[in-house]
Design a protein around this ligand. Structure first.
Ligand SMILES: CC(C)(COP(=O)(O)OP(=O)(O)OC[C@H]1O[C@@H](n2cnc3c(N)ncnc32)[C@H](O)[C@@H]1OP(=O)(O)O)[C@@H](O)C(=O)NCCC(=O)NCCS
Length: 171
């Protein structure tokens, strides 16, 4: 494995991203969501990880809004090619994405994910911050938030909703 680099998605990466998403999740659903959001969601951050020239990882951030006002971002999906996992590629993608969102003064990031993985980046149970998912019956430890701007999020409580394309694709 050569040195891993992370950069923003470019035109021409689409097929490689689709392949990584499909391989990582073992199904085409997440790859399809990425394709839909690329067309429908103007304000997204899409990062690829490269092993040399080969795309081996992908992370997507799209807007998510609290019903009481603030708009942050949602991290989903995050995918690393199975034969390249556990080498820090997921970490590199998340850290690069979070740095970009801090620069944009994004107030918070949500994720639905493995409770053993995301806390290393500072994600905490969203319920501890007064935030609930719009999806019923999500396990409390799965729905997490990383508050990037504590001032902007002070006193904010409410229900967070990600892009409807996720829900439509999961139906
Ligand atoms: C989750 C995923 C993106 C992590 O990418 P990665 O490049 O393997 O991650 P890193 O190398 O940065 O980190 C490896 C760490 O993640 C942990 N990890 C990987 N998958 C995990 C999981 N499903 N649950 C908990 N921890 C997990 C490993 O145990 C390892 O921990 P350690 O550093 O304490 O040993 C990757 O495993 C993947 O694509 N999985 C399939 C798709 C998926 O589930 N995406 C996330 C949806 S929430």
């Amino acid at each position: 494995m050569s040195l891993i680099s992370v950069r923003e998605e470019r035109t021409g990466d689409e097929d490689a991203i689709r392949a990584v998403e499909t391989a990582a999740f073992g199904r085409p659903v997440e790859a399809g969501i990425v394709d839909i959001l690329r067309e429908s969601c103007p304000d997204f951050v899409s990062l690829v990880a490269l092993d040399g020239e080969r795309v081996v990882g992908h992370a997507l951030f799209t807007p998510a809004a609290v019903d009481t006002g603030p708009v942050g971002m949602s991290l989903a999906p995050l995918a690393v090619q199975p034969d390249a996992q556990r080498r820090g590629i997921g970490t590199a993608l998340v850290e690069r994405g979070l740095a970009a969102l801090r620069e944009r003064e994004c107030p918070f990031v949500i994720v639905y994910g493995h409770p053993g993985y995301y806390p290393r980046f500072g994600f905490e149970r969203a319920s501890a911050h007064g935030l609930a998912s719009h999806i019923p019956d999500v396990p409390d430890d799965v729905f997490m938030v990383l508050v990037l701007d504590a001032g902007a999020m002070a006193g904010v409580r409410g229900v967070v909703r990600h892009r409807v394309e996720f829900d439509e694709a999961m139906e």
